[in-house]
Design a protein around this ligand. Structure first.
Ligand code: SF4
Length: 264
């Protein structure tokens, strides 16, 4: 059997940048999987993404109206990770409000573009790894340009500047540029709770720089010695992290004693 090249996605890379030990426990060391807990914000985001995928998929005629979107939300709601049923019901109500408002605005909006893909995985050979990314939606405009649309379920506001510095949006642009080298590509973040949008587009030089940086970062991620790595305490992350017990078992984990007592 031929060994497949390792792959890196925007979420793997973001995890590494937040905390290398977290990357290790999530992706590189099997012991981590026993400590991972469901998260309500992942369930909430996945539930909304599922309805939007169906709404924009021309092959799925089951979610075309506000009422159908609300009914689909009831049917496919993901319950994992909520602290109790009251929290879960409140989130379901909020999710329905967001989806109904989004669907109504989309119905009212004049159609400029057609949807080319929903939830499509792209892959790009980066040398010693493949960059992969699943895009929420890609629209095609009459002039042939393509727009990547990424839904954010937790973010309250969004600006063009946010798109410029967003790692995932940079990765998606690289992936789509490689698949469609003759098209103009732009990327949009759509904040679902406020229905605000931010849009940006790489120049050729920016895309080349980003690709080089990503290649170097990817090499560092994949070639790092995770076995011998000492986790570094972070006051903003560690107290709420699933892997705190694993990191505490490392002799060199530099957790302040006061924090250890509070969260034990
Ligand atoms: S406990 Fe802290 S150091 Fe360990 S994986 Fe989590 S965030 Fe990283």
């Amino acid at each position: 059997m031929v060994d497949r090249k390792p792959s890196l996605s925007p979420s793997k890379i973001s995890t590494y940048l937040a905390c290398a030990a977290k990357y290790k426990w999530t992706y590189a060391d099997e012991r981590g999987r026993w400590y991972m807990r469901s998260k309500s914000y992942f369930s909430f985001g996945s539930s909304l993404h599922l309805i939007l995928e169906r709404f924009h998929d021309s092959g799925d005629m089951g979610v075309q109206t506000v009422e159908e979107a609300a009914a689909a939300m009831d049917e496919s709601w993901i319950e994992a990770g909520y602290a109790n049923s009251q929290d879960m019901q409140e989130a379901l109500g909020e999710g329905k409000r967001i989806i109904q408002s989004y669907v109504q605005q989309e119905i009212d909006r004049p159609k400029e573009a057609k949807t080319l893909f929903v939830e499509k995985l792209f892959r790009l050979d980066m040398g010693c790894f493949d960059l992969i990314g699943r895009m929420d939606r890609v629209d095609e405009y009459p002039d042939g340009s393509l727009e990547i649309v990424d839904y954010k379920t937790q973010r309250k506001g969004v600006s063009d500047e946010d798109v410029k510095v967003d790692l995932a949006m940079g990765c998606y642009q690289l992936l789509l540029r490689a698949a469609y080298p003759d098209r103009q590509i732009r990327a949009t973040i759509n904040s679902l709770s406020t229905n605000e949008r931010g849009t940006g587009s790489f120049s050729d030089a920016e895309a080349a720089d980003f690709r080089n940086d990503l290649q170097q970062l990817g090499n560092s991620i994949l070639n790092r010695d995770y076995e011998g790595m000492a986790p570094v305490f972070r006051a903003d992350l560690c107290p709420h992290c699933d892997f705190l017990r694993l990191c505490r078992s490392h002799d060199d984990f530099n957790e302040p004693p006061s924090t250890a007592q509070e969260s034990s």
